[in-house]
Design a protein around this ligand. Structure first.
Ligand SMILES: [Zn+2]
Length: 443
């Protein structure tokens, strides 16, 4: 059977199941769950995969599931994934428990992932291909509820706060050669898809300024004002901004999460959180050094102590050009050339970035939604564009890669230059989890 015939078979199967996919996606949308709590969404996704005759392994990292079409010895294994979690957006009209809402469109990703499974498995296409596909529903992409996740880490239930980091650490990507997933995005006219964007990586930080209490009215001279240390630190960080290089796309956006205890006591315990984002690992590290310097200088000025905890965030997204071109060719069966943009930079972050540093991957941004992600305006308006077309394009791209004994996949894997090996990546994560305490000593 030729390649085009296989692609037609895959697309026909997806069209035949369009209603099932719509029902599934709507069901997930109406029942949002937050990261590492996506038990119901995992069950629904597993049930859908089982109906296709696949064997499913559930709760791979607290939640999440995976199903493989049958590993073929020595042949490429491609992962198509979708994310299970929602984000907190209390003001979203369809927000559920704890303000959870699918305003990042992860329900759409799951629809696209399952659609591609229908296209490749239900149609019988996979039997004609020289490799296997792993469909994976991954937990906890949104880097939120840090305290909840810190507790999971302290209890030994997970090692890392991000779902994909945790899955790599657990070895679930050891046998994966290429990874693919999408995010939804509202694009300006006439764009319907943006491929090959970079994204920012980030380092997460929790900062605690520790001073000394004293009566604010009676004896402020006996206190050490931790809030003053923090406000100085914020100004110090702002003074660094002109030194950030445009091409590094640095973003530092601290917030004060605790400003003091009561108004008539000099604040002695002030807490701050921030990300340091950047589009290159080097740029990120460089900016992080300056932020740490700023925090220490704030503490130094008033003689306070500062505790800086670093949490490994996500790495920058580095999409594989060969895969992007292939995906684009397939998208052109459904949308026009002028509706697709190649390249660009996204200042947000995704843990899919981590995977693209260690294996070839793509992360197209597909339309069919309105409103900015993570806001109350985010809403799906065109299911066909949002996940039916991506499902087809993913299935067709897999066919291209695994046709003819997987020759194209093999050459892309061979050509790919990882920025670090998987072991180096895991070491990087270990090294990035640090707590540093700085106290200025009076001379
Ligand atoms: Zn997302």
């Amino acid at each position: 059977m030729d390649k085009q015939q296989l692609k037609t078979m895959a697309c026909e199967a997806i069209d035949k199941h369009a209603q099932n996919l719509h029902d599934f996606t709507l069901d997930v949308y109406k029942n949002p769950e937050l990261g590492f709590k996506e038990f119901e969404t995992t069950k629904k996704t597993s049930a859908f995969l089982r109906k296709l005759g696949l064997e499913v392994e559930e709760n791979i990292a607290i939640t999440g599931c995976r199903a493989n079409t049958g590993k073929k010895e020595g042949q490429p294994n491609i992962c198509v994934m979708g994310e299970l979690d929602s984000v907190v957006c209390v003001d979203h009209p369809d927000a559920g428990k704890d303000g959870a809402s699918h305003s990042c469109g992860h329900h759409i990703q799951l629809g696209a992932m399952l659609g591609s499974a229908v296209g490749l498995v239900e149609s019988g296409v996979i039997e004609h291909l020289g490799g296997s596909v792993e469909f994976m529903a991954v937990p906890a992409e949104e880097f939120i509820e840090i305290d909840f996740r810190s507790k999971l880490i302290a209890d030994g239930k997970i090692k890392y706060a991000g779902g994909k980091q945790e899955l790599v650490a657990r070895g679930f990507f050891d046998h994966i050669d290429i990874s693919m997933m999408m995010h939804s995005s509202s694009h300006e006219e006439p764009l319907k898809a943006v491929l090959g964007t970079t994204s920012n990586g980030f380092i997460g930080k929790k900062v605690n300024f520790i001073g000394r209490e004293a009566h604010s009215g009676g004896a402020p001279h006996l206190g050490i004002n931790a809030l003053n240390a923090a406000t100085l630190a914020l100004n110090n960080i702002n003074a660094q901004r002109e030194t950030f290089k445009d091409e590094d796309h640095i973003r530092v956006h601290p917030i004060i999460t605790k400003g003091g205890d009561i108004v008539n006591v000099v604040p002695a315990d002030v807490k701050m959180e921030t990300y340091v984002r950047g589009s290159t690992i080097e740029g990120m590290k460089e900016a992080n050094k300056k932020v740490n310097r700023s925090l220490k200088a704030g503490a130094m000025a008033v003689g306070a102590r500062v505790e800086i905890q670093e949490i490994p965030g996500y790495l920058p997204l580095k999409s594989d050009n060969n895969l992007d071109e292939l995906f684009k060719e397939n998208l052109l069966s459904f949308i026009k050339e002028e509706e697709i943009r190649m390249g660009g930079a996204m200042a947000g972050s995704t843990d899919f970035g981590d995977l693209t540093q260690i294996m070839p991957g793509i992360h197209p941004m597909i339309g069919g939604v309105i409103g900015a992600a993570h806001t109350r305006e985010f809403s799906m308006v065109d299911p066909n564009l949002a996940y039916i077309i991506p499902a087809k394009a993913f299935a067709m791209t897999v066919i291209d890669l695994l046709y003819d004994d997987g020759s194209l996949a093999k050459s892309i894997i061979k050509e790919f230059k990882p920025s670090m090996t998987r072991d180096e990546y895991l070491k990087f994560l270990e090294d990035s989890s640090t707590i540093n305490v700085y106290q200025f000593e009076e001379e």
